[in-house]
Unconditional design. Structure first.
Length: 185
């Protein structure tokens, strides 16, 4: 199974809106990729009148909270632009003559870009969020080739990487490969 990558349209917003919007998008992706019995929780953003559904899972909520905080500090380093990615994995067992190894193989990755703007109106942000959530749902519904879940928790292992943070990951590697070279005088 090849890894699929979804690059969502860049979201323009103010710094004060960033944390909640990041959490909204990450929770929306996680909710769409939850299988089995899921307890949905309706949530409304404080920064703008927008509601979304997330899974009522404390462990994934803690990860999303931590990574949104990490994104807030990294966007200052990136001068108002940054990316975050969420990758889903399946556990595969690789058997050799001498051992059995469990590997996490990425089967899907979502990349979301953000740019800080000095002013943004509520209608524009609501429109961007609506388009983004609809695109997430559309992509999930089109993709029928997801790996089987082999663990009892009925959820895919995932990781969230913030571009430009101290925790380097896949997004940083891709970012560094394609960023233009520094021009010196």
């Amino acid at each position: 199974m090849n890894s699929k990558q979804y690059v969502l349209k860049e979201i323009n917003l103010q710094y004060a809106q960033l944390k909640e919007v990041v959490q909204c998008i990450l929770h929306s992706i996680l909710f769409q990729r939850s299988l089995g019995t899921v307890r949905p929780k309706d949530t409304t953003l404080d920064c703008v009148d927008f509601s979304y559904v997330k899974s009522d899972d404390p462990s994934s909520s803690k990860i999303v909270e931590d990574k949104s905080e990490e994104l807030l500090s990294s966007i200052v380093k990136k001068k108002g632009k940054t990316q975050i990615s969420i990758s889903f994995y399946e556990k595969r067992t690789k058997t050799t003559i001498f051992s059995n190894n469990n590997n996490n193989v990425c089967w899907e990755q979502w990349i979301i870009s953000f740019e800080l703007v000095p002013n943004s109106d509520q209608k524009s942000l609501i429109s961007q969020l609506t388009d983004t959530i609809n695109k997430i749902i559309e992509n999930v519904n089109m993709d029928k080739s997801i790996p089987p879940i082999t663990s009892s928790n009925e959820s895919f292992p995932f990781s969230i990487q913030v571009n430009g943070s101290d925790n380097t990951g896949v997004v940083d590697m891709v970012w560094n490969m394609f960023k233009p070279p520094q021009i010196t005088k």
